[in-house]
Design a protein around this ligand. Structure first.
Ligand SMILES: Cc1cc2nc3c(=O)[nH]c(=O)nc-3n(C[C@H](O)[C@H](O)[C@H](O)COP(=O)(O)O)c2cc1C
Ligand code: SF4
Ligand code: SF4
Length: 447
């Protein structure tokens, strides 16, 4: 993996700094870090300040038709996990509640002042050809670098036949993308909703309609909780709550799954992806890129910590690329995607067992309880002479990882690969050989 030796050297022997410039569907930016369409990109003043801190691009808070929408009070909720105040974030905010003309004037001004940064206009209007043509023309007249069609907003706008009401019906996705492509001169990204059984279908429809790229995920339907004193929903509007959109660190694994499912889908593969959902640090961003994203968008982490987090993101990405010997983003975008496969392609003969390091163990019993109550009863404690350190009965361990996950001490429980002497075998190969059913698998493993 380490390519340092082969990477280009300058004349004085120093390698040039990695090039962080990004190109997502033809939209270019000095780095891959974009503000997602949301409150941080709600005005020209904010976007320009973000660019000064180092953000490479911004997807403007979604524009719609005038008169502007009316938002509720309150409109945000969050869950705290172990002191992390916004581990999961929820909102019932609508698209921008500012006049269209103000936004368009400010987009023009931002592009004039920051010509090299990416400014993408997020759009949402009713599913009518003429209306889409008009908004596309008006926004592109500002000089913006691209468009993002918001087919993801799951609350409020969906009740008006927009947002996720479009994103959940592949035929509508294709139809609206076609309307937009008839009028658009800049690249068109289609922002998808995760509130659907299989995100590949709307993505395929977006491609069929002529989309230049896709962005995902928008927010996930959610209710944040119930107050046990008042018996009312938490984060209510006058005592009532509507489902909102969930985002922040808690949704990252869902976003990564959806992105990799598109990056590996034969019908979508190759369509550039802007990855969104729980990106808070440079390493989150790298994970999104390894699974196929050409740029990443950030909302909750910016709402939590402010624009300056991009400084760490740029530094972290630069250091990591230098360490790995990557000189440009294309050297690693999508590199991990082929390792995400269907279950039937996993090697059934791969085996690991847990190993406890007695030197590191603080005898908290968590692994013992986890394995005995909910796994395979193969952690034991030899209590002679007051000994409280657990050990693993390796022949019974199925390598499920649970003990290593619950152990509070870093690297105290390691999952060690075991050589079984069996050649790799997938379920696909197994059934292709004519074997059927679980009984045979069971026999092969245990007899
Ligand atoms: C308060 C709030 C308002 C949002 N408004 C929009 C919007 O106007 N248009 C849009 O496409 N997405 C909107 N989003 C969704 C974000 O762009 C993003 O897809 C989502 O928050 C996931 O990213 P994150 O985990 O970094 O927050 C909004 C999100 C939040 C939290
Ligand atoms: S890996 Fe699973 S089965 Fe093995 S010791 Fe840990 S909890 Fe038990
Ligand atoms: S969970 Fe870790 S620290 Fe606690 S008893 Fe098990 S091995 Fe020791």
């Amino acid at each position: 993996m380490n390519k340092k030796k082969n990477s280009p050297q300058s004349k004085n022997g120093h390698r040039p700094k990695p090039d962080l410039s990004a190109n997502c569907a033809g939209i270019k930016s000095p780095n891959p870090f974009w503000l997602a369409s949301a409150p941080p990109s709600n005005s020209g003043e904010q976007v320009m300040r973000a660019f000064e801190y180092g953000w490479g691009g911004a997807v403007w808070k979604t524009l719609g038709q005038d008169p502007p929408v009316i938002n509720t009070t309150s409109r945000y909720g969050a869950i705290e996990i172990n002191g992390m105040k916004m581990a999961g974030f929820n909102n019932i905010e609508l698209i921008t509640d500012r006049p269209l003309e103000d936004n368009l004037r400010e987009i023009r001004e931002v592009k004039r002042r920051f010509p090299k940064h990416a400014v993408i206009a997020s759009l949402m209007v009713p599913c009518d050809r003429q209306t889409w043509h008009e908004i596309v023309k008006k926004t592109e007249d500002t000089g913006c670098d691209g468009l993002e069609l918001n087919f993801g907003c799951p609350h409020g706008m969906s009740e008006r036949g927009m947002g996720s009401a479009v994103g959940q019906v592949p035929d509508y996705v294709k139809m609206v993308v076609e309307y937009v492509k008839e009028a658009a001169r800049t690249p068109v990204l289609v922002k998808l909703t995760p509130n659907i059984t299989d995100v590949r279908y709307p993505a395929r429809a977006a491609k069929a309609g002529g989309a230049d790229g896709i962005s995902l995920i928008n927010t996930i339907n959610s209710i944040m909780g119930v107050d046990l004193n008042t018996l009312k929903p938490k984060f209510a509007v006058d005592g009532q709550v509507a489902h909102g959109g969930y985002c922040g660190p808690a949704v990252k694994p869902i976003a990564l799954h959806m992105i990799s499912s598109l990056a590996t889908d034969p019908e979508v593969k190759g369509l550039p992806i802007s990855g969104i959902g729980g990106v808070s640090t440079w390493s989150d961003a790298v994970e999104f890129m390894l699974l196929g994203s050409s740029s990443v968008q950030v909302c909750t982490a910016v709402m939590h910590y402010g624009f300056r987090i991009v400084e760490d993101m740029i530094q972290g990405l630069t250091d990591w690329m230098e360490d790995k010997g990557f000189s440009k983003l294309e050297d690693f975008i999508g590199k991990t995607a082929p390792n995400v496969v269907d279950w039937k392609r996993l090697n059934l003969h791969a085996k690991t067992v847990a190993k406890i390091d007695p030197e590191k163990c603080i005898q908290c019993d968590l692994c013992y309880i986890a394995c005995n109550d909910t796994a395979h009863q193969c952690i034991a404690i030899d209590r002679k002479n007051g000994n409280k350190t657990p050990y693993v009965i390796e022949e019974d361990c199925v390598g499920c990882n649970l003990c290593a996950i619950v152990c509070p001490v870093d690297n105290c429980i390691e999952m060690k690969p075991v050589e079984t002497g069996n050649k790799p075998l997938t379920w696909e190969e197994y059934t292709a050989k004519g074997f059927k059913g679980y009984r045979e698998v069971y026999k092969r493993f245990h007899e």
